[in-house]
Write a protein that binds this ligand. Sequence first.
Ligand SMILES: Nc1ncnc2c1ncn2[C@@H]1O[C@H](COP(=O)(O)OP(=O)(O)OP(=O)(O)O)[C@@H](O)[C@H]1O
Ligand SMILES: [Mg+2]
Length: 502
Amino acid sequence: MNYTDQNEQIEYRLLFQKSPDPIILVGGDTKIKMANPAFSELVGEGIEQIIGKSFFDYIAPEERQQVFEYHKKRRIDPKLAPFRYKFTLLSKDGKKKIIDRTVILLPDGQTTLSILRDITSYKQLEAQLIQAQKMEAIGRLVAGIVHDFNNMLQAVMCHTQFLLSKLDRDNPGWKHAYEIDRLAHRTAELIHKLLVFSRNQDIRPRPINLNQVIDNMKDMICRIIGEDIQCTFYLDNNLWNINADASHIEQIIMNLIVNARDAMPHGGKLSIETKNVEINEAYASTHLIKVGAYVMLTISDTGIGMGEEVKQHAFEPFFTTKRDGTGLGLSTVYGIVKQYGGYIFVYSEINKGTTFKIYFPKGERTSICQMQCGKTEPTLKGKETILIVEDEEAVREILVEMLKELGYRVIEAKNGKEGLNIAKVHSGNIDVILTDIIMPHMDGKGFIKQIRDLYPGIKVIYMSGYPKNMVLENNSNITFIQKPFTTHQLSTKLRHILEESP
Ligand SMILES: Nc1ncnc2c1ncn2[C@@H]1O[C@H](COP(=O)(O)OP(=O)(O)OP(=O)(O)O)[C@@H](O)[C@H]1O
Ligand SMILES: [Mg+2]
């Protein structure tokens, strides 16, 4: 052997030894002839134990048949089997890993050289991304539906309230109107839950401590889970604050706990844990989570668990496996977590249990928002002139009727353009404008901008089937009312704005 050959041999050996990708030589009898340290690490066994073992011992049982077909066919004619494919590897400790395998048949026609690459975390990340994109798409769809439904509900509720105020209680029609009104309110509640999912509710975060929220809920948690379930709390004493609305956090905990209880009909263990965590680059690169400081809330049960199929759909609105479930519990949790810039992960195994891990970004100590207190006042009447701009005819008509009933003079317009022309004619006689925001031709914001060029001090109430934060910039000076609203809510808003000094 000359000097160059010798050098080349050393180089190849080094390549084999130091390669970060696992490499093996497999004989026609399926036995492993050579394995590098990376393969030893992958399967969790020493090289001495690996040599002589069948390669098929490392393949998940459900895939052995398929891989064996490739093994046989390749040795008859290399073109009959793929030279690159994915399979599930079974390591010494029973863990499954997804492997991308490249196979080269050596000149002897029997031995193969395989370069393996562990793509498990890449696959997991891909699955998380697909899941996140799917939830985004559902969120957009839901937001659109919510808007249209709120518009319809506005008309239904105005009509029924109108009827109820006109009919005597002993009129046979009263009962029906009452029932329609009740159902419309229930529908509005359901729509509100969807709004939470689509992350479009108005939130007022303030610094809160998760431990405190949990402490306040302890009694309730015990009552909900009953005596057969043992509940343990592991709360970090030095827990950071998060910025959130305590009622939303309570809702998350409640929904998860009710699910845990349902998953343990014969009793079991429930654990609730809080912890500060720092997500570093290494972790963030294999999980769909940004680098940063978080407060982690973990809720685990030892219940029936979820199969892959259930796990994939669990966060979708209306997905349920329960006879009387609405399937809105987890979608609400998901919506809230996302709205606060957090993350939620689920780990579950059939008959072993389920763990939900929620990461909330560590809170800043600033940004305490003022809570607005909703004063209740009686339905108030007025005599002023209102210009109502609304493109949806059914909504416009009933709102006009409702306002006239309250004593106001009402002028109506179908869109911003028409509203502008009317305002010019009536010049200074309009006391307040009640305008929809999303309209064809000229939207509410464009319309008001032009009106204000002409009449700078004019009072305006915006209304929409979308929540305020979705359709208007964050400006507390703007008066807004979300559809569907009641006569009482509108009359209160009107009096507030009309009695304010200009
Ligand atoms: N801790 C858990 N263990 C096992 N399965 C769960 C668990 N949590 C949720 N699931 C599964 O996810 C599905 C969706 O849960 P979600 O809370 O959204 O709706 P639901 O509980 O079925 O109905 P609702 O919350 O309206 O009562 C459940 O039907 C169940 O199959
Ligand atoms: Mg539920």
